[in-house]
Every structure is written in structure tokens, then in C-alpha cells.
Design a protein around this ligand. Structure first.
Ligand SMILES: [Zn+2]
Length: 214
């Protein structure tokens, strides 16, 4: 795990990411839960336009300082300021989402299409956060709220993005929270009916199986 020197515009976000130990905490959770045959590196950096992502060739998860800036602005524009905590929560969900891609790669999982892999990565992120109990649940709720704020900005047209539309990602996270803890998390009023069970909520992840391996 390492951090590149940020470009000047990203200094504040880089500091927030480091001070809140977002990557370190997520890495500790992942190391405690997964046992992969090789190491996956985590890097905080100024990405210059590229979003956070997993590079299978380099076995590297890149977390972009700019993404934290974008999330902080999203919440602050909506009147929640300062929103360093919210932005850090979304970045934690991002680390686990990218770890989901890394895990899919390590296990040789095959998906019907890119959207299916993105949905599974979201489900994995939710699983990792819900495992942490109430603090992780709150982080996941913040991520769902971020997708709701993004949906208000982007409208319903998904464009060419391989991810589900933000409103769908928000609803899916809220359903996972509801499945994990129905009393603490009511289903989102605008969402499609949630699956009944935790297992169903995680179906996009669980139905995948390694190909050609024992
Ligand atoms: Zn993804």
C-alpha cells in the first residue's frame, strides 16, 4: 500500500484519505477475510481524469484523490458540509468494489457481461461493509446516498457506462442493508421490491463460480 504525491489540486483530498486511513482499514478487512494466492497492491494517486480502478495486469487497485474531491463536492452541494467523512466513506466502498474486481480476477470468475461484473463488485463491497456491523452499515448507507445524489445530477440516461445507473446501485445497496438488518434499514420507498433474503440480495455474487478449477 502506498501513496503517490498528489498534484496541488488534490492535496486536501490526499490528506483526508491518509488521515482517515481509508485504504489501510479496508486492506486490513480484506486481509482478514480473503486468502489469495498473490498480493494485490493498493495505491492512492492523482489519476488525471481516469477514475479509481483495478488493473489486472499490474494486480493493482488505484484509488484516485480526485474521486474523493468529487464525492465531497457532491455532498457539500447537497448541503452536507464539511463532507470529509462522507467522502471517505464512499472511498471505502470504492476500495471494496475494486477489491471485488480483483477477487473476480484472482478466482477466474466469468461474467455474462461487464454490467454483471460491476453488480457483483457492488455486492462484494456491500458484503465487506455489512460484515463490519453497524459502522460498516453506515458506510454503505453513505455510499447509497452518494449514488442517489449522483443520480439527481446525471438523470436516467446511463450512457455507455458499464455500471448500473446510480439510482439502481443506490437501491441495490439499500436492499442489501435492509436484508442484513430489516429493523435498522427500511427498504427504500422508491425502489423496486427488495429480494426477501440476504442470499437473494447477494445472488449476483454467489451465482458466479470459478471456471475450470477444482
Ligand atoms: Zn467496477
Amino acid at each position: 500500500m502506498s501513496y503517490e504525491e498528489p498534484v496541488p489540486a488534490d492535496r486536501g483530498s490526499a490528506r483526508t484519505l491518509r488521515e482517515r486511513r481509508v485504504i489501510e482499514s479496508a486492506a486490513a478487512e480484506l486481509n482478514g477475510y480473503l486468502d489469495l494466492s498473490y498480493e494485490i497492491a493498493l495505491l492512492g494517486r492523482s489519476c488525471g481524469g481516469e477514475g479509481s480502478g483495478y488493473d489486472p495486469g499490474a494486480r493493482l487497485i488505484e484509488l484516485c484523490y480526485e474521486d474523493l474531491t468529487e464525492q465531497r463536492e457532491l455532498f457539500e452541494t447537497a448541503g452536507r458540509r464539511p463532507a470529509g467523512e462522507e467522502a471517505a466513506a464512499v472511498m471505502a466502498e470504492t476500495v471494496f468494489h475494486e477489491a471485488g474486481h480483483a477477487l473476480a480476477d484472482a478466482l477466474g470468475l466469468r461474467f455474462d457481461n461487464d454490467r454483471a461484473e460491476e453488480d457483483a463488485a457492488d455486492a462484494f463491497a456491500a458484503l465487506m461493509l455489512i460484515r463490519e456491523g453497524p459502522p460498516g452499515e453506515r458506510t454503505l448507507l453513505t455510499a447509497a446516498q452518494a449514488y442517489e445524489l449522483a443520480a439527481a445530477h446525471t438523470g436516467p440516461d446511463p450512457g455507455t457506462d458499464e455500471h448500473a445507473p446510480p439510482a439502481s446501485r443506490a437501491a441495490a445497496h439499500r436492499c442489501r442493508l435492509h436484508a442484513a438488518s430489516p429493523t435498522r434499514y427500511p427498504p427504500a420507498p422508491t425502489a423496486l421490491p427488495c429480494p426477501d433474503t440476504w442470499t437473494n440480495a447477494l445472488t449476483p455474487l454467489l451465482r458466479q463460480s470459478p471456471q475450470g478449477s477444482a
